[in-house]
Design a protein around this ligand. Structure first.
Ligand code: UDP
Length: 485
């Protein structure tokens, strides 16, 4: 047993994300904040396999400035590729990697740390930590990297599962999570569409362990979506099930990112454009389009005659998340998969960036005036933090829920008439919605709303703001716990 010599006076927190940039980025941001704003020491554990580490992950964790009290520790690699040979991209591979890694590594790695952790903060899909850390008497907090509505839905899922026959997507009415807005069945996340699937089993397993958490952090702020917070706090359903305390501490989004020489060229190009004139088109860390859809998107952008930056990826006709486990890897030359002559014809008007762009640097640039996004939660928050209105292009996971929320409730985004996850969106429709957001009256309305939310997000994070205070309360409890040990 380690931890004998408690030489450090600083409390020590362990942070454990699941694989995938959408999980690593927000938990890394929390880790940095705990070190820089609250003077903790943080060990950031990273699940690895025998496969190469995605380039985007290496760039973030190894090549950005990291405070000295933040230690990135790779867990020993696990060998799961044989098990995953025929498994399509999705939640299952992620959960298999995590299951093997944590069962083998978590306990010994925790025991090897030089001081006892005061607490561990885990991603939703790392719930093996509850048992392992329970044996070591380390309190476990969960960090929910998606929306609070999805979190409320997830706490409700065991009840819904018990009370429903057949598939949720076949229900005649929208799903009514107590105290929350109804969720259209077509917006339900992929993982709960087929209850016999492995995706469902994994999702169900992890969310049914959520009540074991000492607290749940959500990456949002109260004013962005007050309804589910109220439900979690006051609705009799949530009061009658074991609902852990919920702490909204966001929006925690990437602040610095590695800027390469080619990234600098993008930013220099943006410097020459007019304010709010450029549409940024990016589909998360791993989103991919079919060949047909990519062609339509390219023509739609070209015909709109608006300025754009397009993150290009080799099309994938089999999966909408074809690049998820190789984020930021080298792709084919965009000229080989974009319509012939597209790059040349749009020269000066548009930029095609291969596979990965410095998203936050682009969204925070004054020339960026719109974001065509897959509506992953981090991309959504980054757009809000920088006051950029969106065009919704949901592809997988819970992105349809986010898109509906942003367009129909928050009023900060436009949907395409045809839903991209359902069928191919034609070039005319893309041209229409791009023009509408970038120069139409509707665009002005959602841009104004986006700028209001930017201000509200900033205030929430400040000391005295709702999220700043929410994290400070937990930090205070952790410090007290550390001091009394
Ligand atoms: N991202 C980026 N450059 C890209 C694509 C994505 O920096 O070209 C980052 C983006 O800023 C965000 C994350 O990758 O922080 C994607 O997370 P999100 O939750 O939006 O989607 P996911 O990839 O998990 O589906």
């Amino acid at each position: 047993m380690a931890w004998a010599d408690e030489e450090s006076t600083k409390p020590h927190i362990v942070v454990l994300p699941s694989p995938g940039m959408g999980h690593i980025i927000p938990l890394f941001q929390l880790a940095k904040r705990l070190v820089t704003h609250h003077r903790f020491r943080v060990s950031f554990l990273v699940v690895t396999t025998a496969d190469p580490i995605p380039a985007a992950q290496t760039n973030l964790l190894r090549y950005t400035a990291v405070p000295s009290d933040l230690h990135v520790i790779d867990l020993p690699p696990v060998y799961v590729s044989d098990l995953l040979a025929d498994v399509p991209p999705g939640l299952t591979p992620l959960c298999v990697m995590v299951e093997h890694s944590l069962r083998l590594n978590l306990r010994p790695v925790l025991l090897e740390l030089s001081t006892r952790p005061t607490a561990i903060v885990i991603d939703l899909f790392c719930t093996q930590a509850f048992d392992i850390c329970g044996e070591l008497s380390i309190p476990v907090y969960s960090f929910f990297t998606a929306s609070t509505v999805l979190m409320a839905f997830s706490l409700y899922l065991p009840t819904l599962d018990r009370e429903t026959e057949g598939e949720f997507v076949d229900l005649p009415e929208p799903v009514q999570v107590p105290g929350c807005r109804p969720i259209r069945t077509e917006d339900l996340l992929d993982q709960v569409r087929i209850r016999k699937s492995d995706e469902y089993k994994w999702y169900f397993l992890h969310v049914s362990r959520l009540p074991k958490a000492a607290g749940i952090f959500t990456n949002t702020w109260k004013d962005f979506d007050p309804v589910p917070f109220l439900a979690l706090k006051e609705n009799p359903f949530f009061l009658n099930i074991p609902t852990p305390p919920v702490h909204p501490i966001g929006p925690l989004v990437k602040e610095e990112e590695p800027i390469t020489e080619s990234d600098k060229e993008i930013l220099t190009w943006l410097d020459k454009q007019k304010p709010d004139s450029v549409l940024f088109v990016a589909l998360g860390s791993g989103g991919t389009l079919s060949s047909k859809q990519l062609t339509e998107l390219a023509f739609g952008l070209e015909h709109s005659q608006r300025h754009f930056i397009l993150v290009g990826r080799t099309p994938n006709d089999a999966s909408a998340m074809g690049a998820f486990y190789s984020a930021g890897g080298n792709e084919d030359d965009p000229k080989t998969y974009l319509p012939e002559g597209f790059v040349k014809r749009t020269e000066g008007v548009g930029l095609v960036v291969n596979s990965w762009a410095p998203q936050v640097a682009i969204l925070s640039h004054a020339s960026t005036g719109g974001f065509l996004s897959h509506c992953g939660w981090n991309s959504t928050l980054e757009s809000m933090v920088h006051g950029v209105p969106m065009i919704t292009w949901p592809l997988y996971a819970e992105q349809r829920m986010n898109a509906t929320h942003l367009a129909e409730e928050v009023g900060v985004a436009m949907k395409t008439v045809v839903e991209p996850w359902n069928e191919v969106v034609g070039r005319e429709e893309i041209e229409r919605v791009v023009r509408m957001v970038m120069e139409g009256e509707e665009g002005k309305v959602i841009r104004k709303r986006a700028k209001e939310l930017r201000d509200s997000a900033r205030i929430a994070l400040e000391s005295g703001g709702s999220s700043g205070d929410s994290l400070a309360r937990v930090v205070k409890a952790w410090k007290l716990e550390h001091d009394t040990k």
